[in-house]
Design a binder for this molecule. Sequence first.
Ligand code: SAM
Length: 214
Amino acid sequence: MRLRNITGSREVIAESAWVVQEAIQPECPGTWKKMFGNDSPIHIEIGMGKGKFIHTMAKEHPDVNYVGIEKYSSVLLRAVQKMEQEELPNLKFLRMDAEDIAKVFAAGEVDRIYLNFSDPWPKDRHARRRLPSREYLARYDIILKKGGMLEFKTDNRALFDFAVEELEPAGWKAEVITYDLHGDKALMEGNVMTEYEEKFSGMGNPICKYVIYR
Ligand code: SAM
């Protein structure tokens, strides 16, 4: 998702109290619980887009701290605007490329990772840019606590097949794999729809999901 450059989005983000500013990101590892002011678990969404999923999750689970990560200011702006309409104490944002994720969280500091409708990067030579690639799984392996889970949803079957094939070489195992999430009553319990999930399931596309651990 790349919205047109929205004038002023960088400035709004630079002044937002909900965005952990770039200047202090190097000081973040190991300090997230202190930043939230409690001992609740930390769940993160990487590539959150406009933030519908993570905002809803934070509202439904006040006993969990959420961090939404998004590369583009023009997209993050929408999530910040949602917070202006409805402030939540257990939600913060990072504007950054997830490539550097292990620079902002300490080893084992994250309890759960969500990837939702990640960009497919269809060319083979760009495979390492895909968020469920083995290169990214190695980064998640550092920050995710022992026994922590990673959830991934997409309607893109080629990307999902790639993601499933990456598990074994990367040393991860699947607890759940489905190629039709919306057709599975048990798995749909507590499911929060993302913007892309609403759009693509509305068009009749089946939604794939895995839940993995290592
Ligand atoms: N998760 C949302 C949803 O399901 O509606 C948005 C999906 S959108 C296709 C993917 C989002 O991930 C975009 O907003 C994009 O900017 C962001 N993204 C892609 N690669 C990223 C990266 N390396 N680091 C941070 N964000 C990234």
